[in-house]
Write a protein of this length. Sequence first.
Length: 223
Amino acid sequence: MTLEGTNTYVYGADPCVVIDPGSDDPGHLAAIRAAGEERGYIGGILVTHSHADHITGADQFEAPILEVTGVEAEVRVGDLRVLATPGHAADHVVFVTPDGVCFCGDLVLGLGSTIVPPGGNSLAAFLDSLALLAAEDLSLMAPGHGPWITDPAAKLAEYVEHRMMRERRLLAALESGERSRAALLATAWDDVPADLLPMAAMAMEAHLEKLEAERRLPFDLIE
């Protein structure tokens, strides 16, 4: 679920900040402390969102946890701009440097597609967050999992098209008369391996919630 683990970033110097400290594994924490010492000292801890794989190690440092999750407008931490980017999580934020590097947490992954769970119109929020970043002049995206993204514009467009492709397939299944969730999943996500179908079902619920909010669902949809 976390690819090769959670990426932790140490940014700046005298002091530096730690972005997404990840787990409380002693070796991982020691590596962060060593990197922080090379940059003077650790002045604060930042997290992109409150999922355990990003925040568990946050209280293992003497530096304070800087509360920026869930911001409603752009704020700054030093020279980092903090942008609210809900979707993967309601409290998700990203951090953007002056030269366009975006520490994007789980909004966009280095490999594959991120999970957008149902609840609270999260898919619509996720697409809005992608549009927000697409409007930025980003030079690099440093995700919470997987390798760096060297072509942010292409990756963001890919993410949007992936969701829109699923929506088109789901709507086509509905228009053909499919009404059960099992049939919709089997039709619109027929290219997904069996072991990933539970995640696909979660994604479908997020799409259905979005379509319901937009009043684009038939009244006779069944379980």
